[in-house]
Design a binder for this molecule. Structure first.
Ligand code: IVH
Length: 704
């Protein structure tokens, strides 16, 4: 339909329109062409080149101009019809009731406008309340199901809203759709239901990783995997996708004589309850009947917060007037019902261009490729740098410089590149050439067996030294209050910091004269540095940046060594004899302590006053054999009132108990806080577990 050249031209025109704030009316035709092209990519190919948000913003621009000057509207404008996913692969069937879209809202003000409109139609005053049924806006593929004589007789995609694609055989493979439902008990002979076909997020991840392994292109999101699944030619293949259908609307209900039965129902919620009772998967638990629009907004916000934790992808909420009598009064526009509106969440995906790749050197020398992309706003933040993790990631996704890339930022997760959009390539894109030498010190990079990252093996590499110093002062390591990354970088640049010992001999007088510093801040910094000199050695060991030596093993080693330098004499066995200390980390620690320059560096640090001797805090607490809970396993459940969970566990451990995480026949004691649930029931059922209240647990210690 479109040649490669046409596509790349339309794609570059998209970028111009996206960046333009207002669009001239003379450019209208081109904007329409661009929109029609993206509709084709989305609905026909199922391979969008731009995000929904970007499409919406272009569509809105067109709508604004057409609204201001209706004489400019053409009959083939994308605004003049509902979108289309028809292909010739499936037979077209007319929907019994047209499948319309929804109007959109993005904030409280939009929702209030909608509410005002409804009140006007209902002839209510501003002070009156309208009740709304609010449910998730599932982000999958819409379907229409027809039931006749209690049997599923037809399934169809939305198509262009009037005609859909007949996909009955595929729909019949979806286990959450009953093939028979006794509508007849409710005097309904013929019904048309609306719903959304989805894929669980976990399942989606698996589908994509399988596809990646098979060398197939990955789906951009669960929606594409679901809509693609619905339209597969072989129903057996559809089963493998694990599709799920939520039914959210009863569109038509007629008795034997063709009389409308919906009229007999009072509310949308009642319709949903009926469908639920007939065996359909309905958004009952996920929805709420809200008293007024404020409550609607709060419910929408609540879902926006927990969106990421929900097992299905949702892109907003749908707000529906609950009263069906009021639906009738509201009616429809050619595009959407006036009694409903979508509340859209912030977009999670956007497209951008990969401009360049930079290589960062980490504290243990790992080289991380970082993509520099054209800045793009996503879920409220502007993103211009994204980690590409390692060479393997780049190769498996075939990402090239100049590529259009699909970027995702879900909740608090760091942004990542989902895939590059191969079809947007012009031929100018360049493969990413991973360096063979360190970008900082030019040493040849190495790759250790079983590791994904290339590493610079030069311990004195300047970039690594800097990163190690940043780690040394950080919260989890020495925790020097107020000494952050920016100070380290600044002092490093000024050559006050060249090696780790320099941290403990900073030229405070000179620093006091630097811009942004003064006597007071320098005194504070000096006090913070003095303070950490007395840190327990577990912190010090962790601060040294020895590959694989994490906080936990640092603590174990600290418990077993009197002075840090004693480790020079430790053998591999000495290390691996300790519980939880493996051979890899042992080898790395031995290697570190076998190097002369490291030993002299440690001696230098010690001479500067830093403690390298085991402190009380390093020592394991000794549990005497007569400790009250000696040898017992213990578990806390429910919410504790007098202490936090961690505190309780520490208390139990000090009393000789072993904290476990599950109820089993091996559990000795279960301490129950408020609102204890299944764990308590299970323990009671076992009959062998001693069950203590929080007060009883505390009493055990009162005697000590
Ligand atoms: S009601 C006439 N409810 O959102 C009623 N739609 O742009 C209109 N969608 O493609 C639909 N979840 O498939 C409704 N709980 C929900 C929905 C929902 C997802 C989809 C629907 C349509 C799109 C509207």
């Amino acid at each position: 339909m479109y040649s490669k050249q046409d596509q790349s031209k339309l794609n570059s025109q998209t970028k111009t329109f996206l960046s333009a704030i207002v669009i001239d009316k003379t450019e209208l035709d081109l904007l329409r062409k661009v929109l029609v092209f993206h509709e084709w990519r989305y609905y026909v190919l199922n391979e969008p080149l731009i995000s929904d948000f970007e499409y919406d913003s272009l569509y809105k621009k067109l709508e604004v101009i057409e609204k201001e000057q209706p004489n400019l509207i053409t009959p083939d404008s994308p605004t003049q019809r509902v979108s289309n996913d028809l292909t010739s692969d499936f037979a077209s069937v007319p929907h019994l009731v047209p499948m319309l879209s929804l109007g959109n809202s993005y904030n409280l003000a939009d929702l209030q406008d909608f509410d005002t409109q409804i009140k006007k139609i209902a002839m209510l005053g501003e002070g009156d309340d309208v009740a709304y049924s609010v449910e998730p806006k599932f982000d999958g593929g819409s379907i229409a199901l027809v039931f006749e004589n209690d049997l599923l007789v037809r399934g169809a995609t939305r198509g262009n809203g009037t005609l859909g694609e007949e996909i009955t055989n595929n729909v019949r493979t979806i286990s959450s759709i009953p093939l028979k439902a006794v509508f007849s008990n409710h005097n309904i002979h013929k019904a048309e239901l609306r719903g959304e076909v989805l894929i669980q997020k976990e399942n989606f991840k698996k589908i994509n990783s399988d596809r990646e392994q098979e060398g197939l292109s990955v789906f951009a999101n669960p929606r594409n995997a679901a809509t693609g699944g619905l339209r597969m030619k072989d129903p057996k293949e559809v089963t493998k996708r694990g599709l799920v259908a939520f039914i959210y609307q009863l569109g038509l209900a007629e008795n034997e004589n063709g009389e409308d039965q919906l009229k007999k129902m009072k509310s949308h919620a009642q319709g949903i309850n009926l469908l639920g009772s007939l065996g359909f998967k309905v958004p009952e638990k996920q929805s709420k009947l809200c008293k007024n629009i404020r409550e609607v907004f709060e419910f929408c916000r609540m879902w926006e917060e927990k969106r990421e934790a929900y097992e299905y992808e949702i892109d907003g909420m749908v707000v529906k007037v609950d009263s069906l009598a009021l639906h009738e009064k509201c009616g429809y526009t050619s595009h959407h019902p006036r009694w409903a509106i979508a509340y859209k969440f912030k977009a999670k995906q956007a497209t951008s261009t990969l401009l360049n790749v930079e290589y960062q050197v980490g504290k243990i020398g790992s080289i991380t490729p970082v993509a520099k992309i054209e800045p793009v706003a996503l879920a409220g933040v502007t993103i211009s740098s994204i980690s590409l993790h390692n060479e393997e990631f780049i190769l498996s996704k075939d990402i090239r410089i100049g590529d259009r890339v699909l970027v995702e930022r879900a909740g608090d997760v760091i942004p990542y590149i989902v895939k590059s959009l191969e079809d947007a390539r012009t031929g100018e894109e360049q493969p990413i050439k991973f360096p063979s030498n360190c970008p900082s010190c030019a040493t040849e990079l190495i790759k250790l067996e079983g590791e994904a990252a290339w590493r610079c093996p030069n311990y004195t590499c300047k970039a690594q030294v800097l990163q190690r110093m940043i780690h040394h002062v950080s919260k989890d390591a020495m925790d020097i209050d107020g000494f952050g990354k920016s100070y380290v970088e600044r002092f490093y640049q000024m050559e006050y910091l060249k090696t780790l010992p320099d941290i403990y001999r900073l030229p405070y007088k000179a620093i006091a004269h630097l811009e942004g510093f003064g006597e007071k801040s320098v005194t504070k910094l000096q006090a913070a540095i003095e303070k950490v000199k007395n840190n327990p050695i577990q912190r010090f060991l962790y601060s040294l940046t020895i590959h694989h030596l994490g906080k936990k093993v640092s603590k174990i080693i600290a418990e077993n060594v009197e002075h840090v330098l004693d480790l020079q004499n430790w053998t591999e066995e000495d290390f691996t004899n300790l519980k939880d200390v493996g051979p890899v980390v042992s080898k790395n620690v031995i290697e570190f302590f076998s190097q002369e320059e490291n030993i002299s560096m440690l001696k230098e640090i010690e001479a500067l006053g830093v403690n390298l001797t085991q402190t009380e805090e390093d020592k394991p607490f000794q549990v005497s054999e007569d400790a009250p809970l000696s040898g017992k396993s213990i578990l806390f459940t429910g919410s504790l009132q007098t202490m936090g969970r961690k505190e309780a566990q520490e208390k139990a451990a000090k009393a000789g108990a072993r904290n476990v995480s599950a109820v089993s026949s091996k559990l000795d004691i279960l301490v129950v806080g408020e609102k204890a649930g299944s764990k308590l029931k299970k323990a009671q059922a076992l009959g062998t577990v001693q069950i203590l209240t929080e007060a009883e647990f505390n009493e055990l210690f009162a005697a000590i």
